[in-house]
Ligand binder design. Structure first.
Ligand code: XIL
Length: 320
């Protein structure tokens, strides 16, 4: 019963690339998306700057298309994301709002967006990347926490729950795959919120790996401690980047090593009873965010640009 997901390209860095959005333009992309996955996550289309580009103006078209595609192909949809420090529109970040106004803006956004997809989005990343690497709340970067205080996090979960009582509501972050200061900050916050009856249902790790680092050895133990709190867990944005050789083509050795990063991450999820959702951050190197954001790195997905599968793909299929 494990759902296998992928991000669906669109918005974000894709807007600056010289290809048409493959979700609309590439039949091959759509075939793989429909055939290989049981869950889809709009990669950018539900982020504030895309879904709420002007105050009071919503742009639901791209997500509506993904939701319709998912329904036609019997797939679930993950929602990403409602409260984040990044990819917010200028009208919000540069606007001069009072605290009361900001609170009303967030509440309205959450209820409008979650409400629109009520019953159609099974998991929501309500709060994304709220802690820094040392486990401190991002009190300067995150407009909501900065202007409204940390209590706004519980409110965001409550508002999302009101808008869709069936949706599972998550904390999501990178660098929280193993046990460390950051994941422990989430663990403590989750304990406090659960004790207060806040509707938090899940904790997810993005899993954006770089082959220059080893994998943490305690991924299963980390997911398990959240499971023990009664939370669902998930892997939400898995990709495995590497430093590319000059010709841009990964070596066989790199591809073999990459496969182990994919399978070890899947294994951690398989080992934990409440880990029911395992999502790749894209499946084709051509559309991956990695080379755009980490220069010199790439080849992070399970397929080459021509959709040829990599050893990582075969290894995952075998493991399932
Ligand atoms: C990335 C997208 O893949 C890019 O297209 C976009 O330009 C920037 O954001 N953590 C997250 C995701 O939670 O939303 C990010 O996605 C990758 C890191």
């Amino acid at each position: 019963d494990l759902l296998i997901g992928t991000a669906v390209a669109g918005g974000g860095h894709h807007e600056t690339m010289d290809y048409d959005n493959p979700f609309y333009a590439s039949p091959e992309y759509r075939t793989v998306l429909a055939g290989e996955f049981s869950s889809v996550t709009p990669e950018n289309q539900l982020k504030w700057e895309f879904v709420h580009p002007a105050q009071g103006e919503y742009n639901f078209g791209p997500t509506d298309d993904i939701v319709a595609f998912a329904r036609a192909n019997k797939q679930e949809v993950r929602g990403h994301t409602l409260l984040w420090h990044s990819q917010n529109p200028q009208w919000l970040e540069q606007g001069e709002f009072t605290a009361d106004e900001l609170r009303a803006i967030l509440k309205d956004h959450i209820q409008t967006v979650v409400g629109r997809y009520r019953g159609q989005i099974y998991q929501w990343d309500v709060a994304n990347e709220i802690f820094d690497g040392r486990g401190n709340l991002r009190t300067t970067e995150n407009i909501w926490i900065r202007e409204l205080g940390p209590g706004i996090i519980a409110d965001a979960f409550r508002w999302a729950h009101e808008a869709d009582p069936e949706a599972k509501l998550f904390f999501n972050d990178y660098g929280v795959e193993g046990i460390n200061a950051k994941s422990t900050a989430y663990y403590s916050l989750a304990q406090d919120l659960l004790a207060d009856g806040v509707p938090v249902h899940g904790f997810s790790a993005q899993a954006h790996w770089d082959m220059r680092w080893g994998l943490p050895g305690d991924m299963t133990a980390n997911l398990q401690r959240f499971d023990d709190l009664g939370l669902e867990t998930a892997i939400t944005e898995l990709d495995v980047r590497m430093t590319l050789p000059e010709d841009g083509r990964p070596t066989d050795e790199q591809l073999a090593q990459q496969a182990t990063y994919y399978t070890e991450t899947l294994q951690a999820c398989l080992d934990v009873a409440g880990c029911k959702s395992f999502t790749l951050w894209g499946f084709n190197d051509q559309y991956s965010w990695v080379p755009v954001f980490f220069s010199g790195s790439g080849a992070a997905t399970v397929m080459f640009e021509d959709f040829e599968t990599k050893p990582a793909y075969d290894a995952l299929v075998q493991q399932l």
